[in-house]
Ligand binder design. Sequence first.
Ligand code: FES
Length: 641
Amino acid sequence: MEQKSVEVLRLTPRETAALKPGVNLICKEAGNFVIYKDPINPEEPYKACRNICKHQGGKFVQDVEDSTGSVLRCTKHGWRLDCSTMKYVNPPDSFSQERLVPELEEDGSLTLVELIPPEPWKVDARAPQDIQPGEVQLTFFAHACMELRLGDKIMFFDPWLTGPAFARGWWLIHEPPADWLDRLSRADLIYISHVHSDHLSYPTLALLAEKNPDIPIYVGDTAMPVFCKLEQSGVRLNRINVCSFGVWQEINADLRFMILMDGVHPDMDTCILVDYKGHLILNTVDCTQPNGMRLPRNVDIMMSDFAGGASGFPMAFFGGRYTKEWKAKFIATERKKLLYYKTQVVRDVNPKVYCPFAGYFVEAHPADKYIRDTNTKNSAEQLNALINKYSDHIITWAPLPGATLDLARVLDDTGDRRIFRIFFSRLAIVDPLPGTKIYKDSWDFNSYIDKINDCIKSEIFAYPDWIQVYYMWAGFKDYNLVLRMIETDDDFQPIQGGYDFLVDFSDLSFPQQRPAREHAYLEIKNRIGVHRQTVLKGLFWDDLYIGFQNRISRNPDTFHYKFWNHMQILLPQRPPDWASFLRKQREMHDGKPARAVWKPPEKNNSIVSRLLRTLARTKVLLIPGLVASLATIVFFALSIK
Ligand code: FES
């Protein structure tokens, strides 16, 4: 399908003549626009765009702090757009604004033309056919994981069903159905939306690969490949299919799907549109601007994220304005904005059923109590209530694990959906049986955290040269930023034997003191285990930042998009060559470590303490009858030690 151009605004000759040099904010029935009249460039006298912020659709106003007269500020979160270049200056070095094409007509009128990219689902669009009860069923498993029965095919979305995500920062709220592994391993196809570990879960995939390494998995053709760490993970999955964006993947005569990219993070985020017999299921997952906000309307089912709180900002920040009160106020406002934004997107798409998901995680580890208590999130029920306040015909579904929605029962058109919405939803949705365990109450923290903390004692860290090697490998430079990295314990207190060093990214040097020149400064305290795992395995910094494993202060208080984007997406795909580093270092130091490697204190691993830990985990200690027996066992065990 070809790209089309559409006239979106026409200013009369008089209105055009009235445009002042610099920024003009135009508000018309056709929408809100920005026109920049360039006072010094006759070659390109006008630049124009819609007055819609790329972040989350906010509106721009004049930036009172700007002396150039060309910068606008978004009223939602303060992003700033320089209209003379149509580039965002906050975050610095980040995005460009999609431009409209200004055309000055002979009569002096000005038209703005939008190039509309194709809406690829319109290629070979098909009318919905009748479907029977049981033919299309969605079963929620956990977080962003949904099982779809589509005729005789089973498809899964984003299986994170065991273990943590983002190192040790996120844990599942819900207990997935007990037979999840069998059902997942019998699927016909799996879609994985992006590289983040709450969607691409290696602990889950490792178990899956043992049962069915040949299961077909589909991902989008993102610049940062979703499975860039597959080889390194040791998980054997043999059928990864990388799909071009916006192209139907035909599974059989009834079922096809296409993967679409995100407008804000096209290099890593994707979403999916499934078509079964002409019925459309849209899953926008975590995309901020799914397909640049050009979405099919009136789909049968839509699902998306809803919760917020999926970033280290601002909870992991300290110093300056980041007081408890400021954070609480910020979070409350942000969550509300997100609710309204999601509501607007859902209303635009106008699905028959909407399901909020991909937000069911908890910072469950006791060391993260501060984050868990303060990083409040939207509830699915809150969002659903807001959607239904404005759109009472949309059936909303806050899913429980194991709950199933049957599409054919939703499509029954025998009654007014506004009046019978609750009735339809009762008919279409089957909740898990009473007594089913819905929420997790234990997470087996130690088996995952011990593996992370094994990295602490790696011999690499006996040689301080690892710092240079790692940051050269990372490849971020020519940027006026100085970073201080401090290794800490779980409470973000520096530890004896932990590293504390500076990196100057202007020339990639490693000074002992901050340079005298003016520079941006970032200080990051990192839990030592996650920090060393990130370094050793060459992982993206998501584990540290999104997983709440660090505490950050910055001066000035600026988001350095270029730096974070590099550390979160653009690191080399292969880890640093630590084997040759070690060989060289051993030679240089005659086989003796340059410094002692700090080791975490050994856990008491005697039979007695292991027994006590197991009993505590299984809560047997709560049973009074067994307390007496346990005391006897412990007494005898200690006396024979
Ligand atoms: S900064 Fe514009 S919507 Fe967030």
